[in-house]
Write a protein that binds this ligand. Sequence first.
Ligand SMILES: Nc1nc2c(ncn2[C@@H]2O[C@H](COP(=O)(O)OP(=O)(O)OP(=O)(O)O)[C@@H](O)[C@H]2O)c(=O)[nH]1
Length: 324
Amino acid sequence: MNASSAPAGTTEGGKPHEDRPHRSGFACFVGRPNAGKSTLTNALVGTKVAITSTRPQTTRHTVRGIVHRPDAQLVLVDTPGLHKPRTLLGERLNDVVRTTWAEVDVIGFCVPADQKIGPGDRFIAGELAGLKKRTPKIAVVTKTDLVGADELARQLMAVDRLGRELGIEWAQIVPVSATEGTQVELLADLLVPLLPEGPPLYPDGDLTDEPEQVMVAELIREAALEGVRDELPHSIAVVVEEMVPRENRPADRPLLDVHANIYIERPSQKGIVIGPKGKRLKEVGSTSRRHIEALLGTPVFLDLHVKVAKDWQRDPKQLRRLGF
Ligand SMILES: Nc1nc2c(ncn2[C@@H]2O[C@H](COP(=O)(O)OP(=O)(O)OP(=O)(O)O)[C@@H](O)[C@H]2O)c(=O)[nH]1
């Protein structure tokens, strides 16, 4: 087996090397819901770009984080979870995942260290094994801070076995903790050599190429999910209708007006999102406003409305309008 760890002095940390060509390309992390893919993307990029939540299946948009290094540019594509489709939205999400897999240069298969490999992991690994393109795959054992050395060793061996059973040749098996930052840089060091040679694809300093409005909508959706029942995540969509700088403000005190709608499927869900006397919606507003201000670096006035778009998950016209 090929598990990687970082003995002192062996990581190169992206230092430029005269005889080493610059590399650039795309990577995506796949894995069952809650495997830690978004958190890992954030840890690699070093800022909050993807959506994390304690609830599964919250990553809806393909959010890219960009790791800039002197020797390489690694563009991380964050996909929604692959799951059994029950609605039109479910099918679209799975299509997005497969399209993404076909386009990237390397795939990171994430398995949490603290949970036994189960049918969900096997399903995704099976799909990976069936990929026509021979895209290199790195197995990433996540959340290593939650287990002891013995349990981690068992998980690394289980992942190795899973690969053998399904005929996947892992380019590497790497244990990481995204929250502790353990071996995150090593993971980048292992991903980079698997990218094709080439110049940077994005300007230095870009963290993501998602349009700002989509990221703002995601931040609002994330905050809205915090306050609602577990069965609601797929019933919420957020559309930012407008983002405009407030007129006649002094240059040193700008204000950005953001108008956004939170769409739910049924009138009965309205109360859940808004909460008693609007308390929950207020919380959603203040939490997401803070995140939006941090993201855009400007004070924001956030105007939020809750609207019913009946059965939007099943209606192709509504799905298009809501950005799917
Ligand atoms: N202790 C610990 N928790 C982690 C780590 N990485 C992620 N988590 C937690 O695990 C949960 C799920 O993490 P996410 O990054 O949202 O997982 P995901 O795979 O992107 O989830 P989906 O969007 O549902 O597919 C969150 O509560 C994270 O805080 C880690 O390295 N250590």
